[in-house]
Design a protein around this ligand. Sequence first.
Ligand code: PBG
Ligand code: ZN
Length: 326
Amino acid sequence: MELFSRPRRLRQNSLTRELTAETTLNVNRLIQPYFVCDGKNVKDEINGLPGIFRESVDSLTKTIESDLKLGINNIMLFGVTDRKDALATSASDEKNPVIQAIKELKKQFGNDLLIGADVCLCAYTDTGHCGVTEHDVINNDKSAEILSLMALRLAESGCDIVAPSDMMDGRVGAIRATLEKNDFKDTLIMAYTAKYSSSYYGPFRNAANSAPGKGDRKGYQMDFRNRSEAMTELELDEAEGADIVMVKPAMAYLDIISDFKQNTSLPIAAYNVSGEYTAVKLLVKENLADENIMVIENLTAITRAGASIILTYHLRDILENGWHNA
Ligand code: PBG
Ligand code: ZN
C-alpha cells in the first residue's frame, strides 16, 4: 500500500510515543484522602478500602509525617465520630476530630501541607443525611447555615481548603459570605459541584459510618441520567464564589469533566471515589489487572478529560512504588 498518512509512525517506539503524548499525569496535583476519628492510638484498616485507615489524631499525625516524606503535600480530611444528633452539633464543636487534626497538623507541618477538609453533615447527623432533617424532609437553608458554621470552624483551625460535598442549594454562597464576614479571605472553597448519587460510594460509607439510615441521597445528589444539569450547578457554584469546581465520581463521569473543561476557566477537580479504587484493588487481587498500569491509566484518562486535580486513594501507592515514573 502507498499510504500518505500512517498514524502508527508516531507509535513506533517509546521515544516517538513520549515525544507525542498528549497528556501528562502530574502527581503534584493529586490529593490523598484521610479519615480521622475520635479517640487515641486508633488505626483501623477500613473494611472495603484496603490500605486506607480510620485514625485518631495522634496516629494520623504520624502517618502524615511519613506521607510528607513520600511527597504527599495535598490532603483531604473526613471526620468519623459516634457523636451524632439532629443538628449535627459535633460537625462544628471543639471535639470534632477534623478540627483537632488540622490544629495539630498545622502546628507540626505548617505550610508544607495543603489541608482540605470535607464540609458535610452526614458523618454528624443521627439520620446520616448530608443536611438536617425536619419533619422527615431536609431543611436546605438551615443545612446551609450549619454547613457555613462548620466551614468557619475549619477555617479558624487552619484549614486551607473547605470542600462542601453536601449538595445543598446555595451552600457555596453561604460559606463564602461567612468566610468573608469573618475575615477568612484566603480560604479556598473546593465545591463538589456536580456530585452524582452513585453506587460507587459504597466503601466510603463504611469508612465514614455515614450511610443514611432511612432513604437515599437522590433528593440532593444529582441523577446520573443528567448532563446539562451539571452546567446549572457549575454556573451557580462559580457565581457563588467557588475557587475550584469538582466532578464526582470520576470514571463514569468523564463527559461531565469534559463539559466543565469547555465551560469554565476555574481549576477542575475530579474525585476518583472509593468504589472506583476498590474495583481496581479487587481486579488486581484476582490477578486480572496490573495495578500500576491500571491506576495510571485511570488517572491519566481523568486528566485527559479535563481535570487538573484528582482526589485519589491510590496516591500513596503511586509514590511508594514510583508508578508514575514507569
Ligand atoms: C459525603 C461524602 C461521600 C463521599 C465524599 N463525601 C459519600 C456520599 O455522598 O455518600 C464519597 C467519597 C468516596 O466514595 O470515596 N458527603
Ligand atoms: Zn454527606
